[in-house]
Design a protein around this ligand. Sequence first.
Ligand code: NDP
Ligand code: MG
Length: 385
Amino acid sequence: MSIFGATGSIGQNTIDLIARDPDAYDVVALTGASNIDRLAKDAKQLKADVAVTADPMRLEDLRAALSGSGVEAAAGHDAMIEAAQRPTDWVMSAIVGAAGLQPGICALEQGATLALANKESLVCAGALILATAKQHDARLLPVDSEHSAVFQALVGEDMGSVERIILTASGGAFRDWPLEDLAQATLAQASSHPNWDMGQRITIDSASMFNKALELIETREYFEVSPKQIEVLVHPESMIHALVGFNDGALMAHVGPPDMRHAIGYALNWPTRRALPVERLDLAAIGALTFRAPDEERWPALRLAREVMERGGLAGAVFNAAKETALDGFIDGHLGFTRMAEVVDEVLNTSDPSHIDAQMTLDNVQAADHMARQVAKNIIEQTAG
Ligand code: NDP
Ligand code: MG
């Protein structure tokens, strides 16, 4: 197995599971970016063949940390791709952002089972990912908790009898804030999630609902359902991860604690189930689960996702790149919280349509991504200036 994004939240949860039974796994590559100490420690512990940092400036540090261990050290984009091309049976795709796309495609090209946490891959290039998997007889397993939940609810079912898929959303940090306060929300406030412990970027995306927006598109791409069949339901307790509605009126809900080791473990052990170290819910103690409709005024990202699905083509790549750039702007203090959605909206409306209408190849996806980042940066600079 290999773990891309091993040093992040999903990567560490994956390592937590495999470190409980290290002899069962032959670890080929672990990748990270800035966290060299963690990367080296885990690569040594798991006896990986190679550890790769995306940052070429950190190669010497990684080499020093791995010296004498027998683990190869490598750095930079080409090294990342080379590691992703090393044959292995199972790969966790847990790099954050569009940077996860190409390594994931490389793994599929080797015929590996790709456990996909990196939802951005499907948002940017869903058709390309699915076609690559098909061409190389590789399997794609969802790791995003909602998509794992839907996948599990569909076991033994016929897609033809599915009426709708309901993605639950906690509502993030600001679900109960007065609307007029959102523009002033700070980075620290947006970086704290009520239920889930995740990387900073997805935590902020949960507060803005950009995470759920990405997940709407991810659902459309992965399960090949129409956008009208996908709904969002605010569920503050984060115990029900998703529901599938069938044509006989039945709703199958997946219920579990907010712990990513469930979805990761399901993908790791699939098609079997094995015991996992996650809390067993005491529903009597929990007492009540609550639900509410999503408020599109509070969360304009949901409307934008619907527009992107309507537009099709490479609109997802433009949307994701604009979102990543706006998020950088918010993290760096150049953009207010509510401005993120406005910037993304503006990028979608002003982008050169030829990028969106281009054929879905990796080159074209990367070109659309690059263009959208430039447009977004210009808008942010004008705002700041
Ligand atoms: P983190 O920010 O915690 O980790 C991201 C990982 O990617 C780290 O290993 C980081 O390295 C690495 N990385 C960052 N930038 C680059 C780059 N340019 N090139 C290569 N590697 C890079 O993110 P999460 O673990 O929270 O999320 C990972 C993915 O999983 C995302 O797509 C997210 O949407 C998805 N996901 C996450 C969930 C969660 O619970 N966290 C739930 C569902 C989906 P380093 O840390 O060393 O800098
Ligand atoms: Mg999710």
